[in-house]
Ligand binder design. Structure first.
Ligand SMILES: [Zn+2]
Ligand SMILES: [Zn+2]
Length: 253
């Protein structure tokens, strides 16, 4: 299976180890037709972008490189954090509307908008590692808030669904179908599992395979996605960035 692009990765604007230019050079060496730099939102404690306005600096930097390099299509996005049980995210609408892609993900270290949500989003997720009864509540809460985010914002991709913050996969998958959101296979984390991929496939999602690269060496390394999707019997038509006849991605129109 070949992939046309890699649409989730990080640069030094957040916790990536390489500059935007170094990441772009890596994408060109890998022969990608397209790639997106999608740094973490500002509430990702210790890892996020310094503020949301900096996404516009990243956008400008990529626009200049797009003029320079004719062999690759460069896109800008963000990986926003969910910061409220109501599905609120840490990148404001007036910023994300100016970007090509909106990725949303649940991250255990994202600082919530208010103290009340610190319990369900952060503390209870930590307790759930040790307590079965808390785990059930955590799954219900995480699922609800992820779906709320998809309903509230024009999300393109949910990143690593369930990683570090467990979810009800079938329910999230159905919400992806309803809201035209791609369900990510994250090769950087080798996630989700074959079992979860099978569940999501049964519910009718379209998948996207991303590296979530934080280093140049990981850009375009999408093999785990090819393997897990082949094992689950998912056809190319259901994989957004698998090369295929006449396929276009919503952000490339
Ligand atoms: Zn993430
Ligand atoms: Zn990421």
């Amino acid at each position: 299976m070949k992939f046309s692009g890699d649409y989730h990765m990080h640069s030094k604007y957040s916790d990536g180890r390489a500059t935007v230019r170094e990441m772009v050079q890596a994408g060109r060496r890998e022969g990608l037709q397209a790639m997106a730099i999608t740094d973490h939102g500002p509430h990702n404690v210790g890892f996020g972008i310094k503020n949301s306005a900096a996404f516009l600096d990243l956008k400008q930097e990529l626009a200049r490189m797009n003029d320079e390099y004719l062999d690759i299509n460069l896109l800008v996005g963000c990986e926003a954090d969910i910061v409220g049980m109501d599905g609120e995210i840490d990148v404001p609408e007036d910023i994300y509307r100016q970007l090509d892609l909106l990725i949303v993900g649940l991250h255990p270290l994202a600082r919530p908008n208010n103290l009340v949500d610190l319990w369900p989003l952060n503390i209870r997720n930590q307790l759930a590692r040790y307590s079965h009864s808390q785990r059930q509540k955590v799954i219900a809460g995480n699922t609800k808030t992820l779906i709320a985010a998809m309903e509230k914002h024009p999300v393109n991709i949910i990143s690593h669904p369930g990683l570090g913050m467990p979810i009800e996969v079938a329910e999230v998958a159905r919400a992806c179908v309803r809201n035209n959101v791609f369900f990510e296979i994250n090769t950087g984390h080798h996630f989700p599992s074959l079992e979860d991929v099978r569940t999501a496939y049964r519910e009718g999602v379209d998948f996207i395979v991303d590296s979530d690269a934080h280093f140049v060496a990981s850009v375009g390394q999408l093999d785990y996605g090819a393997r897990v999707l082949e094992r689950a019997g998912v056809p190319v038509e259901r994989i957004a960035n698998a090369c295929g006849e006449g396929k276009t991605l919503p952000w490339e129109k």
